[in-house]
Design a protein around this ligand. Structure first.
Ligand SMILES: [Fe+2]
Ligand SMILES: [Fe+2]
Length: 286
């Protein structure tokens, strides 16, 4: 099991008991996980490393900075909207922290874009939110999907020396925060479902499935577009990583496990992407 220092954290749980999903203890554990593992870094204090001309060109040519900025902006506003609409003080506090961290991700990206003169298309106006729960479900499933591939891409970027280690290191807390967000999200979904009466539980499960289906459909649509802006797909191509698909999925699985390993073993883990990846690895060349 990875030690906390491997992930730049001094915090972890080492508990092996089970906890009833939907219980007060469950709520305290998944909210506590997010709140207690907060990393107080400040984007304005980041010391951006100097880049050699070829590394600078590679960074400027990566195709995903606009979509990354937009994704973080959207995630921040959706999580804040749900925090504002949540009555439970502990869950509200954790959601507000999640929103803060998404806005901070955007600030890190913005600081990097300004520092290295990366061209972007400019910000789009934020979309109005009508239903915070629906918006949060869509964002949460989207993050589970994107983070799974981002873990593998990030590990490849680190191993390949595509960028200097100092620059990769700046983004380490950002990537780890997404692992915490995914863990918080799947436990929030399970908690909320368990809190409902059986009839509403079915309705909530259907809503979750619909949110998941929308996110899958969105990504399939992007994948069909040759020049699509899908973060992981075009990201992998641009990073020049000619890894066989099954080996890449194996790396994503290993990284997913490593990044989630420091946190309380009683909390539920994201299961969909590991299941899909394992199934795909059986049929893909590798
Ligand atoms: Fe984020
Ligand atoms: Fe996130």
């Amino acid at each position: 099991m990875a030690q906390p220092q491997d992930l730049g954290q001094e915090w972890h749980y080492n508990l092996h008991d089970r906890v009833a999903v939907g219980s007060r203890l469950h709520k305290e554990l998944f909210c506590g996980m997010l709140l207690d593992s907060f990393d107080p870094y400040k984007p304005a204090a980041i010391d951006w490393p100097p880049l050699a001309p070829d590394a600078l060109t590679r960074l400027r040519q990566l195709p995903f900075w606009d979509i990354a900025l937009e994704t973080e902006e959207s995630a921040g506003s959706r999580m804040q909207a749900l925090a504002d609409a949540t009555a439970d003080p502990l869950i509200r506090k954790a959601l507000a922290l999640n929103a803060f961290e998404e806005r901070r991700h955007k600030d890190v990206l913005g600081a990097m874009i300004r520092h290295y003169g990366i061209p972007t298309k400019g910000e789009k106006a934020p979309q109005a939110l009508r239903n915070p729960v629906w918006a949060f479900l869509r964002t949460g499933y989207g993050e589970c999907f994107d983070s799974f591939f981002a873990y593998g891409l990030f590990a490849l970027a680190r191993q390949s020396g595509f960028f200097p280690p100092d620059l990769v290191g700046v983004f380490e807390p950002v990537v780890q925060e997404e692992a915490r967000h995914n863990l918080f999200f799947v436990n929030w979904v399970a908690y909320m479902r368990a809190q409902r009466t059986p009839a509403f539980r079915v309705a909530f499960a259907a809503r979750c499935l619909a949110a998941l289906a929308v996110q899958i459909w969105k990504r399939m649509g992007t994948a069909r577009t040759v020049d699509g802006d899908n973060f992981t797909r075009t990201g992998g191509k641009a990073l020049g990583l000619g890894l066989k698909p099954a080996r890449f999925l194996g790396l994503c699985l290993a990284e997913n496990e490593r990044r989630l390993s420091p946190y309380d073993s009683r909390l539920l883990r994201p299961r969909i992407m590991p299941l899909v990846a394992r199934a795909a690895m059986r049929i893909l060349p590798g």
